[in-house]
Design a protein around this ligand. Structure first.
Ligand code: ZN
Length: 94
């Protein structure tokens, strides 16, 4: 099993046009993965984590985008912790 470190996120405008949500992530190796690819990898037993400002947080899968009635799925988010610096939604976009 492998550990992937995410340093940037890529966002897209939701089909409803009301918000932007995560389309995928970019790892420390500079490789882009879609949400689905990350979810498939997590389900296969790999570990995904963010890294920002010296902090890290584990990425987990969730059923849908948390924004209102958005049906984008599957979706990913970081396990809540004490700092927001490493939250997936707050990473630099790339
Ligand atoms: Zn959404």
């Amino acid at each position: 099993m492998s550990t992937f470190t995410v340093t940037k996120v890529r966002k897209e405008t939701a089909s409803s046009g009301t918000h932007r949500h995560i389309e995928g992530v970019i790892t420390s190796a500079g490789v882009h993965y879609t949400r689905q690819e990350v979810v498939t990898s997590i389900e296969a037993g790999n570990t995904w984590q963010t890294s920002a400002g010296g902090y890290s947080a584990t990425i987990k899968t969730v059923s849908y985008c948390p924004n209102g009635t958005c049906l984008a799925k599957p979706y990913i988010e970081t396990v809540p912790d004490n700092t927001k610096a490493d939250n997936l939604e707050n990473l630099t976009e790339g």
